[in-house]
Design a protein around this ligand. Structure first.
Ligand SMILES: Cc1ncc(C[n+]2csc(CCOP(=O)(O)OP(=O)(O)O)c2C)c(N)n1
Length: 289
C-alpha cells in the first residue's frame, strides 16, 4: 500500500491480546503508523511489539472485551475503509491463485481447502505458517504453531504429542527441513492412526528465498541447504502410510481420501520447485498491489 493509504488506515487506539503476531508486514505497518494508544490485554505479561505500548491491562481478554461493548457507538468510515481494502484484495488473491502454477502457494490453497471441520492443525516454521496466513482458514480448526524463537526443531514431536492428548484428528503441515530435523519424533508407539502429516518438500529451506540477505550475499546455498531427500523410507521404517504428489492433479487425487479412517497414520509428501515457488510468491505480492 502507498504511504497515504497506510496513513488513512492508521488506528487511534490499538487493542491486542495473545502472543506474537507472525506477519512482518502488519508489524511494520503498526510500528510506522503508530496508534495514539496501544493497550495489551493479558493477565500475565505484555510485549511492546509496536514500540508504543501505553497500557498493559492485567486481565483475561474474555473478561475485559465485553466491557468495551458498553461504550457509545460513534459514526465513522474507518471500518468501511478496511473492509473495502480487504474485499478488493480478497478478489485479487483469488484471481491470482486460480491461474498460479503448481507451487507452494497453490499447494497451500489446496491443502487448506481440503481440511475437514474441527481438526487440530499444527503448523511448522517458517514459511508454512507464513503461507497459511495468506488464506482465510476454516474457522472451526484449532491452529497451533511455535512462535517466539520460531524454531524448526521439535515441530513433529509437538504435533504428535498434541494429537495424542486431543481427541480431534490432527493434521501437521511441515517443510522438509523441519520434518527431517525431527524425524525421530516418528519413533513413537502412540501415534494415533488418524494422525496426518503433509510435507511440503521444496528441497531445502524455502523461506531463505524471501527474506533479505541470503540471495544478495551469494550465500543462498548455505542458508537453503539444498538436498534430494524424501520421506518415503522413514515412513516405511516407522510404519506410516506414504504417498506423494508432484503436480496439481496428483495432489487433488491423493488428498481426496487422505483424512478418512485408516489403520496407520499417513504422510503425504508434496514436491514443489523452489525457483517456481519464489517466482509465484513474489509475483503474488506485486499482483495484490
Ligand atoms: C532450530 C532452528 N534451526 C534453524 C532455524 C532457522 N530456520 C528458519 S526457517 C529454516 C528453514 C526451514 O525449512 P523447511 O522446514 O524446509 O521449510 P520451508 O521454509 O522450506 O517452508 C531454518 C533453517 C530455526 N528457525 N530453528
Amino acid at each position: 500500500m502507498s504511504e497515504e493509504q497506510l496513513e488513512e488506515l492508521k488506528p487511534e487506539v490499538l487493542i491486542t491480546f495473545g502472543g506474537m503476531i507472525v506477519s512482518k508486514k502488519i508489524k511494520q505497518f503498526l510500528r510506522k503508523q503508530q496508534p495514539n494508544h496501544h493497550w495489551h490485554i493479558d493477565a500475565l505479561k505484555s510485549i511492546d511489539t509496536f514500540h508504543c505500548l501505553s497500557e498493559h491491562i492485567n486481565e483475561d481478554p474474555i473478561d475485559f472485551l465485553p466491557k468495551l461493548a458498553v461504550l457509545p457507538l460513534i459514526e465513522g468510515t474507518y471500518q468501511q475503509k478496511w473492509l473495502l481494502e480487504k474485499e478488493k484484495r480478497a478478489a485479487k488473491h483469488q484471481e491470482y491463485i486460480d491461474q498460479a502454477s503448481f507451487s507452494d502457494l497453490k499447494v497451500f490453497e489446496q491443502v487448506l481447502g481440503s481440511i475437514p471441520d474441527n481438526l487440530q492443525l499444527q503448523l511448522a516454521n517458517s514459511s508454512i505458517i507464513r503461507y497459511t496466513q495468506l488464506f482465510d482458514v476454516n474457522k472451526t480448526l484449532a491452529i497451533f504453531c511455535n512462535r517466539g524463537t520460531s524454531g524448526i526443531d521439535g515441530s513433529t514431536s509437538t504435533a504428535i504429542g498434541a494429537a495424542i492428548v486431543k481427541k480431534n484428528q490432527t493434521l501437521f503441515v511441515t517443510g522438509d527441513l523441519s520434518f527431517f530435523y525431527d524425524s525421530n519424533a516418528l519413533w513413537n508407539a502412540y501415534i494415533p492412526s488418524d494422525f496426518r502429516i503433509i510435507i511440503i518438500n521444496n528441497s531445502g529451506g524455502g523461506i531463505f528465498r524471501f527474506i533479505p540477505g541470503p540471495k544478495s550475499t551469494n550465500a543462498l546455498d548455505y542458508f537453503e541447504t539444498p538436498h534430494q531427500l524424501t520421506a518415503e523410507h522413514l515412513c516405511k521404517m516407522h510404519q506410516l502410510t506414504y504417498s506423494f504428489a508432484s503436480n496439481l492433479s496428483e495432489l487433488k487425487e491423493r488428498i481426496s481420501d487422505f483424512y478418512a479412517d485408516s489403520e496407520q497414520p499417513k504422510v503425504l509428501e508434496v514436491f514443489t520447485d523452489k525457483e517456481v515457488n519464489e517466482k509465484v510468491l513474489k509475483e503474488y505480492f506485486n499482483f495484490l498491489k
